[in-house]
Write a protein that binds this ligand. Structure first.
Ligand code: FCB
Length: 418
């Protein structure tokens, strides 16, 4: 059998890249920016000797990539890079800096951002909440507060009313599974709690908040397409292992499907953020000889096909809203993108309705816990001058976007990078 060498995607497929406000905009004032400077956090970093290694500035989001002022240039670059879609988030703390008081200038700012995306031929996928919250909300208990769904729905009402005429795709929440676990169970992120009951409370408040926002958005804009960005992992049990299979079943049920199942009747699409593969033998155990990113995350493109096939059960269109790697030298990114897209293509051939791929990330940015050193961007950012430069993989990805797939000729052209 001849090996398949061209992988052309369905007509109208969305190609692009994602960002999140706190990670790129700069000068945000929210629970996260305050936590970055807090003694509790710094103590933790000192204990791990991370300040010595990376310097204190690495851990403070500060100016980030100054995308708040440079969004238009960044979208122009995305256009040059062949993209026809983009994902970014609204910063709640800018829009509602005081309880119930909405800042019209900031709403106008996001109107400008959306207009710029459209002018540059990019379909906007707008995330309403990508993790930080305003300070007043933090002081009211944040996601642990039983009033949170109400606050979230009010905020969603305001932004969707103002922006819906130019937005079709709304992502209410980014990775509720990761946020609740990191912030309330593992205790790594603000408010650094390790409290299972707080974790469950937050998890359920996130479900309620999504459903409340779904109703609000549909009322304002019945043709809007609404989903969350779900962080699904590929749990794989080795064939011989009984405990591995049990673990996989439980992990799939809780991590991959529970949230999506609870909101199944209140979503028009599934946004998929995919990064992780876990092979389980007797318990949670890493495979040998794994290929790793700069962050030590396993790079295993095969897993994309598995998570996509698993999402078929929901019977909804799927947009890959994040997938990527920290790779400062851009050594593995070209290979990773091509191999991942082959798996996306195969899932489509097997009947999964995938309609878009948004790479993480458009540009280098501030990674939540690790800070600036991990480089996820198709575009490299020099944090001293804020200059932007396309990495080689951005050129490769450009050709993929423009050809609507991975072709034999393209594989030949970039064979030195792959
Ligand atoms: C995801 C987050 C995103 C980014 C990537 C690397 O979990 O949604 O903001 O940090 O990881």
């Amino acid at each position: 059998m001849k090996e398949q060498n061209s992988f052309i995607f369905p007509k109208g497929f969305f190609w692009g890249a994602s960002t999140a406000a706190h990670q790129v905009e700069g000068s945000t004032v929210n629970d996260w920016s305050e936590w970055e400077k807090s003694e509790k956090r710094l103590k933790h970093l000192r204990k791990l000797k991370l300040i010595e290694k990376f310097g204190e500035d690495n851990f403070i989001s500060g100016m980030a990539a100054d995308n708040y002022h440079r969004f238009d240039d960044d979208f122009k670059m995305a256009k040059e890079m062949g993209h026809n879609a983009t994902r970014f988030s609204l910063e709640w703390s800018r829009i509602e800096p005081e309880e119930g008081k909405f800042d019209e200038r900031e709403i106008q700012h996001y109107q400008d951002v959306i207009r710029s995306a459209r002018t540059n031929g990019l379909e906007p996928f707008v995330t309403i909440w990508h993790w930080p919250i305003p300070l007043w909300l933090r002081d009211k208990g944040g996601w642990e507060s039983k009033h949170m769904p109400k606050y979230f729905a009010r905020y969603a009402d305001r932004v969707v009313t103002a922006l819906s005429h130019d937005v079709r795709f709304w992502i209410t929440l980014n990775e509720p599974q990761v946020y609740s676990a990191e912030s309330f169970l593992i205790g790594e992120w603000p408010p650094q709690k390790m409290n299972p009951s707080a974790y469950l409370k937050v998890f359920h408040n996130l479900i309620k908040a999504h459903i409340a926002a779904y109703h609000v958005i549909k009322r304002i804009s019945p043709e809007a397409q609404i989903g969350i960005a779900s962080h699904n992992m590929h749990f794989e049990a080795s064939r011989r292992s009984f405990t591995g299979h049990i673990f996989k079943a439980v992990a799939d049920w809780w991590w991959n499907f529970y949230f999506l199942g609870r909101i199944a009747n209140y979503q028009d699409f599934i946004g998929l953020n995919h990064y992780f593969h876990h092979k389980m033998d007797h318990w949670w155990k890493n495979r040998k000889n794994r290929i790793l990113s700069d962050l030590g995350w396993e790079l295993y493109p095969e897993s994309m096909e598995h998570v996509l096939m698993d999402l078929k059960r929901f019977g909804k269109p799927i947009y890959i809203t994040e997938n990527g790697l920290a790779d400062e030298g851009d050594v593995k990114r070209p290979w990773f993108i091509v191999e991942t897209l082959k798996r996306v293509h195969r899932a489509i051939e097997n009947g999964v309705d995938v309609r878009g791929y948004l790479h993480w990330s458009l540009l280098d940015n501030f990674e939540w816990g690790e800070g600036f050193w991990p480089r996820f961007g198709l575009i490299e950012v020099d944090y001293k001058t804020l200059e932007r430069k396309m990495r080689p993989s951005a050129h490769l990805y450009r050709d993929i976007c423009l050809r609507n797939g991975v072709t034999e000729e393209l594989l030949e052209k970039y064979k030195n990078l792959l």
